[in-house]
Design a protein around this ligand. Structure first.
Ligand code: CU1
Ligand code: CU1
Length: 274
């Protein structure tokens, strides 16, 4: 069984294996298919059709499935690898070991935001940005430049205490746990972290930055914590709602999985805190 660990407690060998598996997916071309899928579902989310990946109730199950596919791809390279999670509420500094050269590398240089160290620096030759929103082919970050502070543990607590999963109008204007976690309303957890990292992370092609997976692994963990705290609350809406994915409707692009299939993460993996 896959155990997802806090990235701060990974051994040097676990970090090395994770980075090597990510780089191998990039080399083989599989990595960029994930970036393309994510960007399509950012764009698709803003047209008049069904909202699936973002600004909708299925934000959490959509990303749970997306992460499962990525983790499975990593494990096809190295069966010992699991997705780590980044608890940005406690590990909240640009000097964290997360950003060290032996793991994800650090912030970008002042001139153009180019990441200069670690395996994902342009100079290391492993990490061309092929799926991009502009002409820049290098990984960029501006840690803490666009928003100063990452969410605090008290802010996380306040969101975990929200009782109702989601509510009409089931979008970025909704009250409820999903939208407060996603960040369009209230204290803003998920969106703020994307902006704090900056560079590609602040765009639809955010999976170009490997920290995307560690950020979403923590968002996924917060969903599991919320479920445990509110056993009487569940995924909403349960049925008959236009333009969003109801509990038993299938999600694009997979079309073989429903939110109701993804409510129990322990069918696939556990967290080191479970
Ligand atoms: Cu996303
Ligand atoms: Cu995200």
């Amino acid at each position: 069984m896959t155990v997802r660990k806090n990235q701060a407690s990974l051994t040097a060998d676990e970090k090395r294996r994770f980075v090597a598996a990510v780089v191998e997916l990039k080399r083989s071309g599989r990595y960029d298919t994930f970036v393309t899928t994510h960007n399509a579902f950012i764009l698709g989310d803003t047209d008049n059709g069904e909202r699936t990946g973002h600004r909708s109730p299925s934000f959490l199950p959509w990303h749970r499935r997306f992460l499962l596919e990525f983790e499975s791809a990593l494990q096809s390279v190295d069966a010992s690898v699991a997705l780590p999670y980044w608890d940005w509420s406690t590990d909240r500094s640009a000097r964290s070991s997360l950003w060290a050269p032996d793991f994800l590398g650090g912030t970008g240089r002042a001139r153009d935001g180019q990441v200069m160290d670690g395996a994902f620096a342009a100079s290391a030759g492993n990490w061309p940005i092929n799926v991009r929103v502009d002409g820049r082919t290098f990984l960029r970050r501006q840690l803490g430049a666009n928003v100063r502070e990452l969410p605090t543990p008290a802010e996380v607590e306040s969101v975990l205490n929200t009782v109702i999963y989601d509510m009409a109008p089931w979008n970025s204007a909704s009250d409820g746990f999903r939208n407060h976690l996603e960040g369009w309303r209230g204290v803003n957890l998920h969106n703020r972290v994307h902006v704090w990292v900056g560079g590609q992370m602040a765009t639809g092609v955010s999976p170009n930055d490997p920290v995307f997976w560690l950020h979403h692994a923590y968002i996924d963990k917060l969903w599991a914590q919320w479920q445990r705290r509110h056993p009487g609350s569940g995924y909403l809406p349960t049925g008959g709602t236009p333009d969003v994915v109801d509990l038993d409707e299938t999600m694009k692009p997979w079309n073989d999985v429903r939110p109701s299939d993804l409510l129990d993460h322990t069918a696939h993996y556990t967290f080191d805190t479970d």
